[in-house]
Design a protein. Sequence first.
Length: 481
Amino acid sequence: MGKKDKDFVKEITPMEVDFPQWYTDVIRKTDLVDYSPVKGFMVIKPYGYALWENIQSFLDKRFKETGHKNCYFPLLIPESLLQKEAEHVEGFAPEVAWVTHGGKEELAERLCVRPTSETIICEMYSKWLKSYRELPYLYNQWCSVVRWEKSTRPFLRTSEFLWQEGHTLHETEEQAQEETLQMLNIYKEMAENLLAIPVVTGRKSEREKFAGAHATYTMEALMHDGKALQAGTSHNLGQHFTTAFDISFLDRNGDMQNPYHTSWGVSTRLIGGVIMVHGDNRGLVLPPALAPTQVVIIPIAQHKEGVLDKAYELKKQLQDAGLRVELDDNENYSPGWKFNEYEMKGIPIRIEIGPRDIKNNQVMAARRDILEKGPVSMDGLTENIVQLLDTIQRDMLEKARSHRDENTYYIDSFEDFKQKMADKPGFAKAMWCGERECEEHVKAETAATIRCIPFEQEDIGDKCHFCGKEAKHMVYMAKAY
RNA sequence: CUGGGUGUAGCGCAGCUUGGUAGCGCACCAGAAUGGGGUUCUGGUGGUCGGAGGUUCAAAUCCUCUCACCCAGACCA
């Protein structure tokens, strides 16, 4: 197997030099998005959208398997509805876009462009729900939301983003909690099995939780530069909204009661995560399960007798096995150009087929993740490629896990923490007193925040590593996107 | 919102100091040869210099105002 001599391409700034620039270069050169005329709003181009579609189909299937149904609620929400839950409006008001006119006439009541849909959905739920017999409500919607962000970056933070939001109602507190954790687990399964991104799961601190939630659970991933990305959240909303919106039902005892409520969502931000976890200096690296094209076939010296025929035959053979295959027979580009192009786009396997291979009853297959290439016999080729895709998927998850573990460390003091955050950002495991004041102090000094209070607690001390008071939880700390 | 920076062809840039009517590379189009790691040659298309106003015989270039975008903070999926 021959390894590449060059580990970069000229259009992409190496990530060691300037990670944010590397990110921007990658998304632009690989044709995932484009900037629109409106600041902060991105156009998702076909290649980028295909990634989202694959995330959608994975999740949509799991949502339906767990009894959820899709529906659609309106884009605009009357201001009065947004006001109903105090904590919620306080959290979202600063980033809401408002519609004030219909045509030339000023509206009697402003309408907000949804930043999330709890309020409008609860308003409708309160009209619908009558009896415990109807519960649980298990609804989800795929839509976009708008949050007027001050600074934006494609996929990671845009003023409008695509997501799904699930909104469920339950008879009991226990059922709501169970639902909240079930959905978080589905997200985790998706992150690891589809995106090949290992995640840490746990609960958010009071400061970091969703505005209006009883408790927020999160999955956090570590990016290549050592910063954390909140990759999905699931909220147990308790009765906060159902009380505020007067959603009630007659329970089994004939008493009026407010149901328990959850909401959960993941967004196109996940695509930014995939880029920053797996990408390298040659561009994107896509896990096979997610890749819109899993195998690209490049014919070599295609004008020569039989090359193209064989290439098309191969394409059909692989497609029949259920693989997503592309064949590039554009004569205007050299093979070398195509190699670079498809590597940049992160396609997991490249197959080269030329006169020499045909003579030897083989093809050349190159792995994008480790940039290795070698001959593979035509006999049993499909099985080998299917298996290779599987191996790549597994290896990518393992590689990301190793990277995360290598960049997760224990600290022994606040000084030590500051030092480590400055030298080599990553996840720091620390003991914390549980107080908001302490958390805010740490953030002001280090820009790092509590990413989560992990489900898997470790006892690494009695005292808070930041203020010295009695410790309540072990937490993951990091600088975040 | 605070601090810094940049606006000239689709992208990256030069020209501005010392005003004279716009140029280079890539991309794109046509043709030919090439084809196992960004192939070569030839010919071509495309902008009036972010916008407005001013100075001047003459403004990409000088002056004033304005808008947009980028980066770093603060705020956030």
